[in-house]
Design a protein around this ligand. Structure first.
Ligand SMILES: Cc1cc2nc3c(=O)[nH]c(=O)nc-3n(C[C@H](O)[C@H](O)[C@H](O)COP(=O)(O)OP(=O)(O)OC[C@H]3O[C@@H](n4cnc5c(N)ncnc54)[C@H](O)[C@@H]3O)c2cc1C
Ligand code: FES
Length: 338
């Protein structure tokens, strides 16, 4: 174990040689900034004051030449090779949920197809680790560089079940391995929970969930969390899901299982590419999911607590729409997908 000191603060924590500074800090209850955990967003940049580190991914897109010149490193990718001192802006908001991340083994117990390219993978941990609705984990696949981040779609269970709904990415090395090589009974290393877009049970507002494609899992977990929490029994929840064609649309069957579907849980779906509806089976809305949320809720949007997830283009469009509608930033919760 190496000792990591945060300059200008009283905080020190230990980091194993194979752990990263950011993850070790969160495990120790030290609130360092982060978001994606996979080298893409840059939120975890810190300054290395003394000591040395090696990067798990030296070419990570979030680190620029300018950062390197200023001795800035990505906390989520940097492993110490000895004791280090770093400069970081600490905040307890990054500890958010109170569920400290841990590394553990998990066994694949079942999978099922949700759509033509989204599959649900159900894992069971040897010892239960708790998470909040909307959080994510890092999954390590054999012979794939770096972990991949995936949001849990269920809610925390005492039996250690962690479910994921994962979209196959054409040519992707992580999803390629998971879909084609990992079989029921196989064991993977995981690390979690992470993520700040978790369900705010203390908010009195009704809820809006917006998702497209790969963003199904975290908002499904939010909806399930609302249904399971007696203190939220009076909240309404609108669930908006967008896909390109009819075969991409999913989630309604899972939402229908929640008590109160049609009374306080509402499902709305939309496709953006009607030309993919070759069998002319789609009688629903056509357009983008963020426009549909605005159309359905109109000027009441700022009265809601909003959770969203999906591919970068969709996430940016949702953010723009929420800003235009003057939804207060504190009511908007998402972890960007990369
Ligand atoms: C917070 C978060 C939550 C997510 N939740 C979901 C979800 O619930 N469902 C879902 O389908 N997708 C989710 N994603 C997207 C998912 O993590 C993957 O990006 C996606 O599945 C593509 O993986 P791939 O390996 O198939 O593709 P690839 O193109 O092989 O890899 C894509 C990603 O892998 C990482 N990567 C690539 N090369 C390296 C390297 N050398 N070292 C380290 N890392 C590397 C990068 O983050 C890159 O964006 C989430 C992403 C984030 C950040
Ligand atoms: S780059 Fe490290 S948390 Fe996103």
């Amino acid at each position: 174990m190496f000792k990591i000191t945060v300059a200008d603060s009283e905080r020190q924590f230990e980091c194993a040689p194979d752990d990263t500074i950011m993850r070790a800090a969160l495990r120790a209850g030290v609130g360092v900034p982060y978001e994606c955990n996979v080298g893409s967003c840059g939120t975890c940049k810190i300054e290395l004051v003394s000591g040395e580190v090696v990067s798990n991914w030296p070419e990570a897109p979030a680190l620029t030449e300018r950062d390197r010149g200023r001795k800035r490193i990505l906390g989520c990718q940097s492993r110490p090779t000895g004791d280090c001192t770093v400069k970081a802006r600490l905040s307890d908001q990054y500890l958010g949920s109170g569920c400290r991340p841990q590394q553990f083994k998990a066994t694949l117990t079942a999978c099922r197809d949700v759509t033509h390219d989204i599959r649900e993978f159900r894992f069971r941990l040897d010892v239960p680790v708790h998470f909040l609705p909307g959080q994510y984990a890092l999954l390590y696949f054999p012979d794939v560089n770096g972990p991949r981040a995936y949001s849990m779609s269920n809610i925390s269970q005492d039996d250690g079940s962690w479910h994921f709904q994962i979209k196959r990415v054409p040519g992707g090395s992580g999803t390629g391995t998971l879909f084609d090589k990992i079989r029921t009974g196989d064991t993977l290393m995981m690390d979690g929970p992470y993520g700040l877009a978790y369900l705010r049970t203390d908010s009195p507002r009704d809820i809006v969930c917006i998702a497209g494609g790969s963003g199904l899992a975290p908002v499904m977990s939010i909806a399930r969390g609302v249904a399971a929490d007696p203190s939220m029994a009076s909240r309404k929840l609108h669930f908006f899901y967008g896909g390109r064609g009819p075969r991409d649309i999913c989630g309604e069957d899972m939402l229908r299982e929640l008590p109160g579907f049609g009374e306080r849980f509402f499902f709305h779906s939309i496709i953006s590419m009607p030309e993919l509806d070759t069998e002319r089976q789609w009688a629903g809305r056509i357009g983008f999911v963020h426009d549909m949320a605005l159309e359905v809720l109109g000027k009441t949007l700022p009265e809601h607590e909003i959770y969203f997830a999906g591919p970068p283009a969709m996430a940016q469009a949702v953010q723009r729409m929420l800003m235009q509608e003057k939804v207060p930033g504190g009511q908007v919760h998402y972890d960007a997908f990369y």
